[in-house]
Write a protein that binds this ligand. Structure first.
Ligand SMILES: Nc1ncnc2c1ncn2[C@@H]1O[C@H](COP(=O)(O)OP(=O)(O)OP(=O)(O)O)[C@@H](O)[C@H]1O
Length: 768
């Protein structure tokens, strides 16, 4: 991988680890809501919202389910990071998650007993830190180069930094003192931060680191909460700085530097659920506050906001370079699989998922010339010497130049802080004046209230007077009430007597209603009969209608037939008239032809006569023969014409005879069909007449029956009415008599009572 590639911006790598169920969770049979798919790098959280099961799925760079071992996580995710540290990068690995989800287990594991075994192997529960340390030393040993390894281990508790590697002798003497005296966090003037006075331990092998780690972890503040028996109450930062000597081809010696920060954050927690109280609650508050600032920093980085609030907490100041800086960062988010932690699990997943979008621009640390490093170290020695000298001689305050610069920076930061505080003081003062105003208004309000109280007291006196008079009234009212109660009891008695009468009346009424019911049943029977009659009439009507239908269809059929016959007669007559016309025309033509022949013969005869006359004296014989011939031919012609005329007449006569016979046949047919239809119509009308007669008979019967029923009903109703009227009249009279006697008794009793009250003799009272 080229240097240019490595210097490109890279996203923060986010791993998700879900721990197995704890013994408590197994005991309480807590349902599982987190499912991990290590291969697809997905985590699914099952939620039930409004009775509906909803799965939320999150994808991370790597996912480790409850069955994943420490070794799996380290081999798959951490080895490449440590290799990059050995190549000269600064890398940070930090664990984030709810309390009791396995952050310390993941980062440290069984590191307190993690001193490597005889073959240098670690226990299977060893976490990231011991494994990273082992990998670093193994690699450095293998490379067979000169190196130096320094470690620091600090704790951030309630926004105060303490050194977990402070020398034993000091910590034994005044551990409490040291814990109270936090180490200052300062700007290093190069854009970074440094913790002044933090011990840097040079280590040469794994076991040295392990014992330091054990020492530091033992000092870390832990406490038992409801969610974790040994809950870390502080954030811890374990840093390993490695310097490796390298030689250039020119034979120059360079120093390569890499740093690995391993952060175990305190658990985010729900203060109520973790059972934190008083001091613990304050701790939890501080932990949540610093984690909140971490969240805000992540949000600002993800959303590319102009201002990233690193300065708002020491945690974010310490992690500044790891979040959006030049460090390669890996976050291990830890969650529990149980439904009891669902809310916090979702919040951790959201938090971690957002952090995936943070981009860092990792830069390999500049390799230093060995000579420059030696120079730097000499400078450091001088600085320390000067400090030692100043401390030994106690001659005023000696501050070396760079230290002065540092303190100057610190002073500036302080001045900024003072400015901020002044501003907040001003706002506080403003709030105080506001409060004063509120206080004044409250005073005014209370004065008003006292006035109101006075008025209310007066009102109370008045009300007490009223109460005493009301009591008197009440006494009187009680007396009146008793009197009324007596009257009411008497009235009740009278009412009971009336009720008895009413009962008697009701029984009478019931009897009459029974009569009524029988009457109704009779009416119902009559109705039933009428209905039966109606159905007979209806069926008769339907029958009649069907018969009439048949008749009308027969009539229409016969009319159709007659129409057809008439049409045939018309056609026949027409053809007869036509043939008659043609025959007459032919006769006319033949007569005309014979006439013209006769005329021509007559003409010829006249011509002959004329010729005879003109030729005078031609022989008489010729003439007579000619005339005879002419006569003969004329006779022949006439005979011929006569024959033809006769023939025509006979034709006409035969034609007319044919027509006559046809007409006679047709007339006969017509008459027959008329006779048939007449017979049918006669049948039909006789049937209808019969029906009508039957119908009339039935109707009259029905009429009689209904009249009879009606009469019976009217009679029974009249009887009932009469009986009822008589009964009610007698009842009324009896009741009236009863009521009158009761009322008179009551009046007498009341009079008696009043008389007794007024101690007046009866006779006197009556007179009055
Ligand atoms: N992956 C795991 N496999 C087995 N046990 C685990 C695992 N993760 C956590 N545990 C166990 O769960 C308990 C709590 O773990 P741990 O103390 O590491 O939680 P934590 O997140 O550091 O809590 P806190 O924030 O309160 O310090 C420990 O007993 C630990 O051994």
């Amino acid at each position: 991988m080229s240097r240019v590639d490595k210097e490109k911006s890279v996203n923060v790598q986010v791993l998700l680890r879900c721990r197995p169920f704890s013994d408590d969770e197994l005991r309480s049979n807590a349902p599982q809501v987190v499912t991990c798919n290590d291969y697809q790098r997905e985590v699914a959280v099952t939620q039930t919202i409004a009775g509906k099961q909803i799965d939320r799925v999150f994808t991370f760079d790597k996912v480790f389910g409850p069955t994943a071992r420490q070794r799996d996580l380290y081999d798959q995710a951490i080895i490449p990071i440590v290799n990059e540290v050995l190549e000269g990068f600064n890398c940070t690995i930090f664990a984030y998650g709810q309390t009791g989800t396995g952050k310390t287990y993941t980062m440290e594991g069984e590191c307190r007993r993690a001193k490597s075994g005889p073959e240098g192997q670690l226990p299977s529960d060893a976490g990231v830190i011991p494994r990273a340390v082992k990998q670093i030393f193994d690699t450095l040993e293998r490379q067979n180069t000169e190196y130096s390894v320094k470690v620091t281990f600090l704790e951030l508790y309630n926004e105060e930094i303490t050194d977990l590697l402070a020398p034993e002798e000091i910590s034994k003497v005044a551990l409490e003192e040291r814990q109270k005296k936090p180490l200052p966090l300062m700007e290093d003037g190069k854009g970074g931060v440094l913790v002044r006075g933090l011990e840097e331990e040079i280590v040469t092998n794994c076991s040295e680191i392990f014992s330091l780690l054990e020492r530091g972890s033992a000092k870390r503040r832990t406490a038992e909460t409801l969610l974790n028996k040994q809950s870390s109450r502080s954030h811890s930062l374990f840093s390993i700085t490695i310097h490796i000597k390298e030689a250039t081809p020119e034979g120059e010696e360079l120093i390569k530097c890499g740093k690995l920060n391993l952060v175990d954050l305190a658990g985010s927690e729900n203060i109520c659920r973790s059972g934190a109280r008083e001091g613990r609650a304050r701790e939890a508050g501080e932990i949540n506050k610093s984690l909140l600032t971490l969240g805000r920093v992540i949000t600002a980085l993800v959303e590319h906001l102009g201002h990233v609030p690193y300065r708002d907490s020491k945690l974010t100041r310490l992690l500044r370079d790891s979040l959006g800086g030049r460090t390669k960062t890996c976050i291990i988010a830890t969650v529990s699989p149980s439904v009891h932690c669902l809310e916090e699990t979702l919040s951790t997943l959201d938090y971690a998922h957002r952090a995936k979008s943070i981009k860092n621009r990792p830069e390999v640390n500049q390799k230093m010339m060995k000579s420059t490093l030696i120079k730097d170290l000499y400078g450091e020695i001088d600085r320390l010497k000067a400090e030692v000298y100043a401390a030994r001689e106690k001659v005023g305050v000696y501050i070396p130049k760079d230290r002065y610069q540092m303190e100057e920076n610190e002073r500036k930061a302080m001045a900024d802080q003072i400015e901020q505080m002044t501003a907040s003081l001003e706002t506080n003062q403003k709030q105080i004046t506001d409060l004063q105003e509120k206080y004044d208004s409250e005073l005014q309000h209370s004065a008003d209230l006292s006035k109101k109280l006075e008025a209310t007291e007066k009102c109370l006196d008045h009300t007490s007077n009223l109460l005493s008079t009301t009591k008197e009234d009440l006494k009187q009212a009680h007396y009146n009430l008793k009197e009324k109660e007596f009257i009411i009891s008497e009235q009740k008695k009278a009412e009971n007597a009336l009720a008895h009468q009413a009962c008697v009346l009701r029984s009478e009424l019931e009897k009459s209603s029974r009569d009524n019911a029988s009457l109704h049943s009779k009416i119902a029977r009559g109705d039933k009969l009428s209905a039966a009659n109606r159905s007979v009439v209806n069926s008769f009507q339907a029958d009649l209608a069907s018969k009439l239908d048949i008749l009308s269809s027969t009539l229409t059929a016969s009319i159709d037939q007659q129409n057809k016959h008439l049409k045939a007669v018309e056609v026949l007559c027409q053809s007869c008239v036509d043939s008659h016309d043609t025959a007459t025309l032919e006769i006319k033509k033949k007569i005309l032809a014979s006439k013209s022949l006769y005329m021509s013969h007559m003409e010829a005869f006249q011509n002959i006569v004329l010729l005879h006359k003109a030729n005078t004296n031609s022989t008489l014989e010729d003439v007579s023969s000619l005339s005879a011939a002419s006569c003969c031919s004329l006779d022949q012609l006439l005979a011929c014409v006569e024959g033809e005329a006769l023939k025509i007449f006979t034709d006409i006569q035969s034609l007319l005879a044919d027509h006559r016979s046809e007409l006679a046949h047709f007339t006969k047919e017509l008459r027959d069909s008329f006779c048939i239809s007449l017979d049918r119509t006669k049948d039909m009308s006789s049937f209808i007449l019969g029906l009508f007669e039957k119908y009339t008979e039935e109707t009259s019967k029905l009429q009689n029956h209904s009249n009879h029923t009606h009469e019976a009903q009217v009679k029974s109703l009249e009887e009932f009415q009469k009986a009822y009227e008589e009964q009610s009249k007698s009842e009324e009279q009896r009741l009236l008599a009863d009521i009158t006697s009761l009322v008179s008794k009551h009046i007498v009793r009341q009079r008696e009572l009043v008389r007794l009250d007024l101690h007046v003799p009866l006779g006197q009272f009556v007179c009055k």
